[in-house]
Design a protein around this ligand. Structure first.
Ligand code: MG
Ligand code: MG
Length: 255
């Protein structure tokens, strides 16, 4: 069941999305060598609290997880791609950090992610992040009324594969609205012209994550959450929540 949102509801989701954007901007500002990941979580908590928003991440326990998620952001470092728990680890020179954040405001939810490099960047990491960002832009551009879900997936997957990166479709984009994860699922690879037709009022999170080693496999840490590339290569993850509208795709988690 896909719920089409009214203009007023999309405006409300934009307000939630702005809180997510503000939290991610604050985390980006604070991320530096020697900073602990749990300090970044506190930065995001403060932004959500000041906005009167709650976190859809905190206490979240989907079927794959053995314990509730303990933070308001996911912090995934280097070979970690998704769902990293922000613990006491300190960021180090050249670390590639992916940060995923959500916020719920007045009953509506936003979800977005950024990847960044701490300190002196390695060329390969810059390329990985730029490619993921390019795939995100292409996925968003494909989210127009009358197109198919597969057009979004194909736009993302084509860019990732052309760069030689691994893609795994166990986790990817999703419908979003009153809750964080709703139908439909939006895989990061697929065939154009296939799947559900996009309609005005659909709101979805689009979130490419690429594995730089070129393999598609991953493994999960004993913590039950942190998802790492199977070959220990670095990963990047970026995400926006968008609305499909008659005026084209609208990014609800833009700064
Ligand atoms: Mg997310
Ligand atoms: Mg998401």
């Amino acid at each position: 069941m896909v719920e089409l949102k009214t203009q007023r509801e999309i405006d409300a989701m934009r307000a939630a999305g702005k809180v997510v954007a503000d939290a991610l901007a604050a985390v980006r500002e604070h991320a530096a060598v020697r900073v602990r990941l749990n300090e970044l979580d506190q930065v995001a908590r403060d932004v959500l609290a000041r906005a009167g928003a709650t976190s859809p991440f905190l206490g979240y326990q989907p079927s794959f997880a053995s314990s509730p998620f303990p933070a308001v952001i996911c912090t995934s470092v280097n070979d970690a791609a998704l769902h990293g728990i922000p613990g006491r680890r300190r960021l180090a020179e050249g670390d590639l950090l992916s940060v995923d954040c959500g916020a719920t405001l007045h009953g509506w939810t936003g979800d977005a992610a950024i990847s960044l490099i701490v300190g002196e960047p390695q060329e390969a990491d810059v390329r990985l992040i730029e490619t993921a960002e390019s795939a995100l832009r292409a996925g968003i551009a494909a989210a127009v009324v009358g197109a198919k879900l597969g057009d979004i997936s194909a736009a993302i997957g084509t860019i990732g594969r052309a760069a030689g990166y691994g893609i795994n479709t166990d986790y990817g984009g999703h419908g979003i609205g009153r809750t964080m994860h709703e139908a439909p699922s939006v895989p990061n690879e697929g065939r154009p012209g296939r799947g559900m037709t996009l309609r005005a009022g659909m709101t979805i999170a689009i979130e490419p994550w690429f594995l730089s080693g070129g393999q598609d496999s991953y493994r999960v840490d004993p913590d039950g959450w942190t998802l790492r590339s199977g070959d220990s290569s670095r990963a990047a993850h970026v995400e926006h929540t968008i609305a499909v509208t008659n005026d084209g795709p609208l990014v609800l988690t833009a700064a």
